[in-house]
Write a protein that binds this ligand. Sequence first.
Ligand code: HEM
Length: 535
Amino acid sequence: PDPETLATDRQHENDSAEPSGAAGQTLTNRQGHPVHDNQNVRTVGSRGPTTLENYHFLEKITHFDRERIPERVVHARGAGAHGYFEAYGKAGEEPVSKYTRAKLFQEPGKRTPVFVRFSTVIHGGHSPETLRDPRGFAVKFYTEDGNWDLVGNNLKVFFIRDPLKFPDMVHAFKPDPVTNIQDMERFFDFVCNSPEAMHMITFLFSPWGIPANYRQMQGSGVNTYKWVNQDGTGVLVKYHWEPRQGIKNLTQDEADRIQGKDFNHATLDLYRAIERGDYPEWELCVQIMSDGEHPELDFDPLDPTKLWPEDQFPFLPVGRMVLDRNVTDYHAETEQVAFGTGVLVDGLDFSDDKLLQGRTFSYSDTQRYRVGSNYLQVPINAPKTRVATNQRGGQMAYRVDLAPGQNPHVNYEPSLMGGLQEAPRTAPEHEPQVEGKLTRQPLERQNNFGQAGERYRMFEEWERDELIKNLVSNLKGCRPAIQERMISLLTQCDVDYGRRVAEGLSGTEAPGPGQSEKQEDAVEQAERDGQGAQP
Ligand code: HEM
């Protein structure tokens, strides 16, 4: 099949026969019956009652009753667009084949169709796009070897490093189960007990926590993945999308002003840019590290709360992505699209990053529930390559994945009766050696505060001011114990950072009894603990 075939066009592949009696723009029902009256239900006389054999009405209303599917448990609000990825054939100065055999990267100028969904994380499907929140940046590459999903965020690090903590984190960040309102005391209650979150918090409460729109923000794979070359040798890799439009973030005041007038501004900005032919573009860069533990680093390469220093691990450009087509239908494409970190092609692999492995289970699990067990047959999710499986049945199966000439009686493998066969291997598999005690233990090199402090010092003056202001305004409604613990953690990132937040809080209205004294104690305690100290 033509790889350029539009996902949505495939829906109409079998639509060529005109329903009997209906032509052109004639309205029909889903049985192909022309609809002669779409204004009046069938009734006994003009005043009713209605009758139960109203097939057209019952079909219309029962379908309407089922129009919504469960929204994503996180990243519910999103905007999608189609486009393409174009490879450079190189990773910086080196031929890309040195690191990966993935076909989409090899030939300079080679194009692979993509679908991208940008999103906000915490609130529901119609929530404002001005909220302080990470932004999702998920890309589906329809490659010749099947699909590859790169499911990233705009910020380059994450709150936690163990997937077991994810449901608690999301509960704390989402609206309170009683009031249905997000409560920053619950938010910081979780955060102040998770020292690994300080780096992410430092980004999130700075202007970087509110990107101005989707076109002027970065993307990042966050987790550490692997690239595998023709010899089966793996390297560790991190992915970064850099916007050609530049990066633009908002202060809280700017965001408030936009939100007062328009809570859909980011979706609208993307849609309009594409409609007027001003196609947004990102360069894909990778950072590469040899596979291994790297004891010389003060962080673990598998820790998603850390950046890899650019001076040691430079950004190597490998291609660019252009978004040049809006969706035809929000639900069919943007809502039903299903991305997952397990969706890789030959030449790309997982690392042992625990968060990544937890994610990989979670995505397809939630999609079987959210979209249905045959979610991969939905056109936006189906690869543009041939699919031939022995999977059958399930709700809404509307195609059998038969190969040409396959015996339809044989839905199993192995067989001598004309069934599907395993693909021959064309290159050695990457086979890392793993050994160790089965255990429950955190990573040894946690260094929870070092990079957060560096980031604080690297920010421009106005970004630092915003960060302090935003933290203070959100922490001031929290009980003293939470404030104190936050001040202690921030002080361990940078003494000035903690002190400024403490000062901001002690100046707040009606502090609780003895509160500012306690804050000073916390600062002193943290100073004794030493900046950048291990927890
Ligand atoms: C969406 C789980 C961490 C980026 C989702 C969804 C789940 C999930 C269940 C909803 C998927 C759907 O309904 O289709 C998790 C778990 C995590 C984790 C268990 C950690 C253990 C992350 C991280 C990133 C990320 C670190 C960024 C690199 C996204 C994005 C989406 C998403 C972009 C929305 C995808 C879309 O547009 O459809 N996540 N997530 N998640 N997650 Fe995560």
